[in-house]
Design a protein around this ligand. Structure first.
Ligand SMILES: Cc1cc2nc3c(=O)[nH]c(=O)nc-3n(C[C@H](O)[C@H](O)[C@H](O)COP(=O)(O)OP(=O)(O)OC[C@H]3O[C@@H](n4cnc5c(N)ncnc54)[C@H](O)[C@@H]3O)c2cc1C
Length: 476
C-alpha cells in the first residue's frame, strides 16, 4: 500500500475535538496531520449543527471560568472581529453560560489556525482501518479519490466522534442498545424573523409556555424566573428558548407537528448585528444505531420529513416567524450518542455529582449528568439529573483518553471513556479533551513513550497545557 507520509501525531476526524488536537499537537512541536472525510473542518460545530458554543459552560454556576485554551482563543478572535457575542449568562438562567459565535466564521478561522500552526491536512479521506504491530497502532489506512494509502504515526488520536478508529484498533467500548440510545437530529437555520414579535410572545407567556432551564444552584421559584423573563429587552439576552407548549400541542392535535421532538430555537449571530434562528431539536429520530449504515440512511430520510413539517409549523404557528425563510440546512445527521471507548479510567455520574478533582486533570466541565434527549414531544428527560455540587465543576482525568488494550492510541471528543450517565459531551468538552489529547500525543512522541506510559507522570503534559492557556486548577 502507498505510504502517504510519516508523522509524529496522526489525528483522524476534524470536528471540534480533532481541530483542537491538531493545533495543540503542532504547538507542542509535533509533526502533525489531521485526516477528515469531508472537504471541510468543524464537524458538529459547523457542518452538522451550528448553534456555535451554545450552553458553552466556559464558566461554572459560581461564575468561575473553567474552560479557556483553544476554545477561548477562537471565541476571543471572533469576538474581536465582530463574529461572536461576549460570554453571557441570561439573567433568568444563571448557572448556564453561552459563548455564541458565528459558526461559518469559526470554520474559516479554523482553517487559518491550521495554516498558522503548520498542521498538515488530509481532506476527502475516510479513515477506514488501522495498521498494527501486536497491540500497537502504527498508522491509519485512508481511502480517498487518490485510492488507498497508509498514514504512519508515532501516536494516533481518534477524533471521529463515534470512536470508529478505536473500535477498528480493537479497543473495548460500550454502547447502549439502540432503542435506548439518544435520538439523532438534523438542524437548520432560518432568517427573516421579527425578533420584537418573538420577544413579545416570550414575555407575555413567560410563566407557562417555556422551559426556563434554571439551574438548581439558584433555588428560584417558577414565578421568580418568569419575572426575570418578562424583563428581557433584547434578543441577545435570550440565547435560546425551548417550549411553545400550547402551540406545539395545538399543532399535534391538528396534525401539523410530529410527536418526536419539541419546539424552540437558538439565536445564531451573523454579520452586522443580524441574528438568525437555529433549530436543533425539531427533528429527532430514535432507535437508530450510528454504527449501522442502514439505520443512518433511514434516519436521514425520516429527519428530513420532520424538518419539512417543522418549517411549515414554524411559519404557521410561531409569532414572529411568519415570513421566515430557510438559510442553512445541515447536510447530515447530528449524532447524539454512540460508542464510548473504555479507557484506563471511566468517568462516572458520581464524579460529576461530587465535582471530583483528579491528580491527572487535563481539563474541566460543569455539565450536568443524567438528563437524556428522548424522541418525544418533551425532547429531554430530566429524570436522574445531577449537577456538580456547590455550583462547581469536575475534572476530566487524562486516563479517560487512553483506551484499554491498544497502545499508541488516544481518544478525544464524544467517545472518551465515560459511563452512560456522565456521557454528555458538548462542544466545550470535545475541545478540552481534543486539546489535551493533542498535547499528550506530542509529549509522547517527543519522549518516545506510549500514551499509557505517560500516565505514570503527567506533569510535563500538564505544564504544556498550562502554557497553552488551559485551566487546570483553582476553581470549585
Ligand atoms: C442535536 C445536537 C445538539 C447539540 N447541541 C449542542 C449545544 O447546544 N452546545 C454544545 O456545546 N454541544 C452541543 N451538542 C454536542 C456537540 O455538537 C458534540 O458533542 C461535538 O460536536 C462532538 O465533537 P467531536 O469532535 O467528538 O465529533 P464531531 O464534531 O462529530 O467530529 C467528528 C469528525 O470526524 C469526521 N469523521 C468521522 N469518521 C471519520 C472517518 N472514518 N475518517 C475521517 N473523518 C471522519 C467527521 O466528518 C467529523 O468532522 C449537540 C449535539 C447534537 C447531536
Amino acid at each position: 500500500m502507498e505510504i502517504y507520509g510519516e508523522y509524529d501525531v496522526v489525528i483522524a476526524g476534524g470536528g471540534t475535538s480533532g481541530v483542537a488536537a491538531a493545533i495543540a499537537s503542532a504547538r507542542a512541536g509535533a509533526k502533525t496531520i489531521l485526516i477528515e472525510r469531508l472537504g471541510t473542518l468543524g464537524g458538529q460545530m459547523n457542518v452538522s449543527g451550528p448553534p456555535g458554543f451554545a450552553y458553552a459552560y466556559m464558566f461554572n454556576p459560581r461564575g468561575e471560568q473553567i474552560i479557556a485554551g483553544i476554545m477561548e482563543e477562537t471565541h476571543a478572535r471572533l469576538l474581536q472581529d465582530g463574529h461572536a457575542l461576549p460570554h453571557t449568562t441570561p439573567d433568568f438562567r444563571v448557572g448556564y453560560s453561552f459563548s455564541l459565535v458565528d459558526p461559518d466564521y469559526w470554520g474559516l478561522l479554523i482553517f487559518e489556525m491550521m495554516t498558522e500552526n503548520g498542521v498538515n491536512l488530509l481532506l476527502y479521506s475516510v479513515a477506514v482501518d488501522v495498521v498494527k504491530e501486536g497491540n500497537a497502532v502504527k498508522g491509519v489506512i485512508v481511502e480517498n479519490p487518490s485510492g488507498r494509502q497508509v498514514v504512519l504515526g508515532k501516536v494516533i488520536i481518534d477524533c471521529t466522534g463515534e470512536g470508529h478508529i478505536s473500535a477498528r484498533a480493537g479497543a473495548p467500548y460500550e454502547q447502549v442498545p439502540k432503542d435506548q440510545l439518544e435520538p439523532h437530529t438534523i438542524s437548520f437555520t432560518v432568517d427573516g424573523v421579527d425578533w420584537e414579535k418573538v420577544l413579545q410572545y416570550v414575555r407575555d407567556n413567560a410563566a407557562y409556555e417555556f422551559n426556563a432551564m434554571t439551574h438548581p444552584y439558584l433555588g428560584w421559584t417558577d414565578e421568580q424566573i418568569a419575572e426575570r423573563i418578562r424583563r428581557v429587552k433584547d434578543i441577545t439576552e435570550i440565547s435560546n428558548f425551548m417550549g411553545y407548549y400550547s402551540l406545539r400541542d395545538a399543532a399535534i392535535a391538528a396534525g401539523d407537528w410530529h410527536p418526536y421532538s419539541g419546539v424552540g430555537f437558538f439565536i445564531m449571530p451573523r454579520e452586522n448585528g443580524v441574528f438568525q434562528a437555529h433549530f436543533q431539536h425539531s427533528s429527532q429520530v430514535g432507535n437508530v444505531d450510528p454504527t449501522d449504515v442502514r439505520d443512518l440512511t433511514y434516519a436521514e430520510i425520516e429527519c428530513r420529513k420532520q424538518v419539512t413539517m417543522a418549517l411549515k409549523f414554524i411559519k404557521k404557528y410561531m409569532p414572529g416567524f411568519e415570513n421566515c425563510y430557510l438559510t442553512r440546512m445541515c447536510h447530515e445527521l447530528r449524532i447524539r450518542e454512540s460508542r464510548r471507548i473504555m479507557g484506563d479510567y471511566v468517568l462516572t455520574k458520581a464524579d460529576v455529582a461530587e465535582a471530583r478533582k483528579f491528580d491527572d486533570v487535563i481539563g474541566k466541565s460543569s455539565f450536568s449528568s443524567g438528563a437524556k434527549h428522548v424522541a418525544t414531544k418533551d425532547t429531554i428527560s430530566y429524570e436522574g439529573i445531577v449537577y456538580p455540587k456547590d455550583g462547581g465543576s469536575y475534572d476530566i482525568p487524562y486516563r479517560c483518553l487512553v483506551p484499554k488494550v491498544v497502545e499508541n492510541l488516544l481518544v478525544a471528543g464524544k467517545a472518551i471513556s465515560a459511563d452512560r450517565d456522565s456521557y454528555k459531551r458538548f462542544l466545550q468538552e470535545t475541545m478540552v479533551t481534543g486539546q489535551a489529547a493533542g498535547a499528550a500525543a506530542a509529549v509522547c512522541a517527543r519522549n518516545g513513550i506510549s500514551p499509557r506510559e505517560l500516565e505514570r507522570d503527567v506533569s510535563e503534559l500538564q505544564k504544556v497545557l498550562l502554557e497553552q492557556g488551559v485551566i487546570l486548577y483553582g476553581t470549585y
